[in-house]
Design a protein around this ligand. Structure first.
Ligand SMILES: [Zn+2]
Length: 116
């Protein structure tokens, strides 16, 4: 199954909380509220359907609609291998990333074939 890296930002406990029970009021990272946006790199495994062109008549006019390409996210894990739940918006972005990724691999595969 193909996989790709995907980056999200999440509000996470600030590093200053590891040093004391309460966040530092003057912490430059979180400004005292104890949480900061941090980038997380996720690994996404996905299924990909490249779609297909609907039937055309003799003159090239469509007889049926094209079947668009699609991807289905199978698993999302962080760097420690822990499953991560994506928000609706993150899922949309992740699916776009997977489709781009799949397209790039197809283009790479085409180049490989013509290089020989
Ligand atoms: Zn802090």
């Amino acid at each position: 199954m193909p996989s790709t890296k995907f980056q999200i930002e999440r509000l996470l406990p600030c590093a200053c909380l590891a040093l004391a029970d309460a966040p530092f009021a003057a912490c430059p990272e979180c400004g005292g509220d104890g949480a900061t946006y941090q980038e997380i790199i996720l690994a996404i495994e996905y299924g990909y359907w490249r779609g297909c062109r609907g039937a055309r008549d003799l003159y090239g006019a469509p007889l049926e609609p094209d079947d668009p390409e699609e991807c289905e996210i199978q698993s999302v894990t962080d760097e420690r291998g822990v499953e991560v739940e994506l928000t609706e918006r993150e899922t949309e972005r992740a699916e776009e990333k997977c489709i781009r990724d799949a397209l790039e691999s197809r283009i790479d595969a085409l180049y490989d074939r013509y290089e020989d």
